[in-house]
Design a protein around this ligand. Structure first.
Ligand SMILES: Cc1cc2nc3c(=O)[nH]c(=O)nc-3n(C[C@H](O)[C@H](O)[C@H](O)COP(=O)(O)OP(=O)(O)OC[C@H]3O[C@@H](n4cnc5c(N)ncnc54)[C@H](O)[C@@H]3O)c2cc1C
Length: 385
């Protein structure tokens, strides 16, 4: 087999990239699993702009316009937005919509094909996959958090990782328009837990830092504490999210995008917006490079400038917030809760955009200057660097 661009991984990042370049280039997507979108490893909470990027309205299960934040000491802060802030998607269906976009544009999406290894040849790359060899002129590594493709060509690994576990419970949440977020070192150390309403089901899950135990240690406790331990478990999902992107996301004939590059947002773990945006930018970079006949590292470096221009600052700031957050004890978290529990701060929080969570930092500090006393160094960096 031969093609112009081989996309390793048929997730949303790879398929969106394929959809954007297949009109002009011969593109093949190799997905190791036999069905696109399975197994699901996601809570499926995204902004409406992400649904638009995938033309995936049919995958939407619910819309969300607010949140309840549960602090470890028992305080609950209710946030009410004045518009739809997020939607809940059926992640399997969402991925299949992305694959359909790629196929409609002319890409070949091949399932049950695992990329085993990659080597450079005189005029391209040779990919060894489960069904044989394939020669291509360039590769997009979109093979998710375990990415072996980028690593095999010498690009690094994300700095950090959280592991997650989630169940769909047969239990109808009273408030269908708000997600619940649970904070605390006994609940989800190094990250947070969530409950997302989806009609007659509630999606309950959590992630924990890799050095703080496993999510299996914590989920039963959360279910017990919230009175969900008897609810029927309709489906269980697990997975991991790499955080802290790899420093270089390009090489000769190679780009890396999405979880393979550790592009998920370090505060929330959301990786669909960043991955799909990077996929589109990777496709545009390849198109320009192929038109000029130059697939060198230098030419492809524009890709990194592109994604950094959209959300590089957000990832940098979010990672700093995460570094402080993981060091906070429950008392610190409760102090934050106490300072945020006022009308002005809640009004600012309710305007937040989950794709750019740190953008509200200046407004929040103005509304709530006492936050400065909790993490002055972090706040200084967020505002002035
Ligand atoms: C518990 C949990 C909850 C989450 N919740 C959210 C959320 O609510 N919102 C959000 O935006 N993000 C969420 N995420 C993160 C999100 O799932 C990822 O960021 C997103 O899937 C990244 O997309 P991707 O296409 O880069 O990678 P993936 O979706 O992982 O796709 C990579 C694909 O590559 C395939 N693959 C891997 N290796 C090979 C190989 N060698 N050959 C061929 N194919 C291969 C895999 O099978 C997979 O299909 C969550 C993650 C977890 C674990």
């Amino acid at each position: 087999m031969k093609c112009d661009v081989l996309v390793a991984g048929g997730g949303p990042t790879g398929c969106v990239a394929a959809a954007h370049m297949a009109g002009e280039l011969d593109v093949k997507v190799l997905e190791e699993h036999s069905r696109i979108g399975e197994p699901v490893q996601c809570a499926g909470l995204v902004t409406p702009r992400v649904v638009e990027m995938a033309s995936a309205n049919d995958a939407v299960l619910n819309t969300i316009d607010g949140a309840y934040i549960h602090f470890p000491g028992g305080r609950v802060i209710e946030l009410q937005g004045n518009e739809v802030k997020a939607v809940v998607v059926d992640r399997g269906e969402f991925d299949r919509r992305c694959a359909l976009l790629a196929e409609k544009a002319g890409a070949e999406v091949l399932t049950g094909r695992k990329v085993d290894s990659l080597e450079r040849t005189a005029d391209g790359l040779r990919v060894r996959a489960s069904e044989g060899e394939l020669d291509c002129r360039a590769v997009l590594a979109a093979d998710g958090y375990r990415s072996s493709v980028a690593r095999s060509l010498g690009l690094g690994q994300a700095r950090d990782l959280v592991r997650g576990l989630e169940v769909d419970l047969r239990s109808r949440a009273e408030d269908q328009r708000k997600v619940r977020v649970f904070l605390g070192n006994d609940i989800a150390p190094g990250f947070f837990a969530w409950a997302i309403p989806c009609g007659d089901l509630t999606r309950v899950g959590l992630c924990v830092s890799r050095d703080r135990g496993t999510p299996q240690d914590y989920l039963p406790r959360l279910l017990e504490a919230q009175g969900w331990s008897q609810a029927e478990r309709v489906r269980t999902y697990s997975g991991a999210i790499p955080l802290g992107h790899i420093p270089i996301t390009y090489a000769d004939r190679l780009l890396v995008a999405g979880d393979a590059a550790g592009m998920a947002k370090p505060i929330s773990g959301g990786g669909l917006f960043t991955g799909m945006t990077a996929g589109k930018l990777a496709a545009e970079t390849f198109l320009t490079a192929f038109r000029s006949g130059d697939l060198s590292e230098k030419k492809l470096s524009f890709y990194q400038e592109g994604w950094k221009a959209v959300y590089g600052k957000e990832l940098r700031n979010s990672y700093r917030v995460r570094k402080v957050f993981v060091r906070m004890c429950d008392r610190d978290l409760d102090k934050v809760g106490a300072r945020l529990d006022n009308a002005k701060a809640k009004a600012v929080l309710a305007t937040g955009d989950i794709d750019f969570p740190t953008a509200i930092a200046p407004g929040l500090l103005k509304a709530c200057p006492s936050l400065l006393t909790i993490a002055p160094l972090l706040i200084f960096r967020l505002l002035w660097r």
